[in-house]
Design a protein around this ligand. Structure first.
Ligand SMILES: [Zn+2]
Length: 417
């Protein structure tokens, strides 16, 4: 293609994007129409192998770092300039959806293929990224590998994170052959875009096609461990019991009630619980549950936790069930780069896609990457606002539209000196 070809007329191939998404969705497909591709599982390995194969077909320079992050770099005219990067993740939640994360990786792959089809030469190099263990459901916390890359989390600590079977993240990286030889550390990036489904209902409700997040809420994760007194349920009278599950139940309802009391844009959730011995005729002796608090305002989230912690200790005291609380993870709210956010908006306008400014309630690797270089995100609607479940869905037309926005964001940033 000659340089005279109008770059602004360039569009991705929506049908090819659909095919790559469908091919990826076959890896770890679940009967309910979703996927289960837990981080560093055999399914994750197969998805990675396929991605690497596709990157090799494009003759990209592929590197894998010590956290298993996969990068594919396409040379630019000014090859010593920092690249423009975009990506997301291939891992999923247990019985998760076919679009969360993988859309951002397949979207950028489609951008790369479009650049190749039209022999587009960019000034800056362009790179694609697949971040390891974004979900954090097998190995806590989430976004751990972009966190190490950004220098916010420690590599050894990250590799030592265990799953429920006691398998370590580092060993599993090794087992599937993705502990790369390149150090996991930030490198200069000119701009980072992450293309993702919205995972919420706003775009659909307001009839908009492109979400333009101004940033990501803060995330606070806690682990709560309660000790009760296990005993036979029949002969043990109700008075004087120390039932760890009942104590947990009170605490969980306190978590649910808190955002209503505090107002603001706070959300608080208990999503995981383990009860021991989990037998119908034994009084629960040990309970572990998680707390997830999010808000655009870090202070509000901090104050909310202060209230909850006091409440938890009061419940534990009253019920005679000692409690231990761990702060597992805390990442502050992340405001994206205003110039890149404006660019996403302007490109959506130029392509005639109705757009909506918003805040991301979900965490994304862009949050950590934003600590290293200017970052922004592009959202497309999740049908019914459903995500992290098998019925998660987005129309193929919307997938294509978002990829077109990404294409032009990448082209504009890659043309900059
Ligand atoms: Zn995601």
């Amino acid at each position: 293609m000659e340089d005279t070809v109008q770059l602004e007329d360039l569009r991705v191939n929506g049908e090819r994007l659909r095919q790559s998404l469908e091919e990826m969705a076959r890896i770890g497909a679940t009967p309910g129409g979703g996927v289960q591709r837990l981080a560093l599982s055999d399914e994750d390995k197969r998805a990675r192998d396929l991605l690497v194969e596709w990157l090799a077909e494009l003759e990209l320079e592929v590197t894998i770092d010590a956290m298993g992050n996969i990068f594919g770099r396409r040379a630019g005219r000014g090859d010593d300039l920092a690249p423009v990067m975009s990506g997301s993740h291939l891992d999923s939640q247990p019985r998760g959806g076919r679009f969360d994360g993988v859309l951002g990786v397949m979207g950028m792959l489609e951008v790369m293929r479009t650049l190749r089809d039209h022999e587009v030469e960019t000034r800056r190099p362009v790179a694609i990224a697949d971040w390891t263990n974004e979900e954090g459901s097998r190995f806590s916390p989430a976004m751990v590998a972009s966190g190490v890359w950004a220098g916010a989390l420690d590599l050894r600590w990250a590799c030592d994170r265990g799953d429920v079977d006691g398998k370590k993240l580092g060993e599993e990286l090794e087992r599937i052959g993705y502990r790369g030889d390149v150090p996991c550390q930030k490198f200069p990036v000119h701009a980072y875009y992450e293309y993702h489904i919205e995972q919420g209902p706003r775009l659909g409700r307001e009839g908009k096609l492109i979400g333009v997040p101004e940033g990501i809420v803060c995330l606070h994760w806690y682990d709560v461990y309660l000790k009760g007194e296990a005993n036979q349920v029949g002969p043990t009278p109700m008075e004087g019991r120390h039932d760890a599950l009942c104590a947990a139940a009170e605490m969980i309802l306190a978590v649910e009630a808190l955002p209503r009391e505090m107002g603001g844009n706070l959300v608080a959730t208990v999503g995981e619980i383990q009860n021991q011995p989990n037998s119908r005729n034994v009084i629960p002796g040990e309970v572990h549950f998680t707390v997830d608090i999010r808000s655009w305002e870090d202070d509000l989230a901090g104050r909310a936790w202060g209230v909850l912690e006091k409440e938890f200790r009061a419940v534990a005291e009253r019920r005679g069930c000692p409690v231990e609380i761990e702060e597992t993870w805390r990442v502050g709210h992340s405001s994206f780069d205003p110039t890149l956010v404006r660019r996403v908006q302007e490109i959506a306008d130029a392509l005639d896609y109705p757009s909506l400014k918003m805040v991301s309630g979900a965490g994304h690797d862009a949050s950590y990457v934003n600590q290293v270089c200017p970052a922004a995100m592009i959202f497309v609607p999740s049908i019914g606002g459903r995500s992290h479940v098998e019925v998660e869905d987005t129309t193929w037309e919307d997938c294509e539209a978002g990829a077109n926005v990404l294409l032009h964001c990448v082209l504009e940033s890659a043309a900059e000196g």
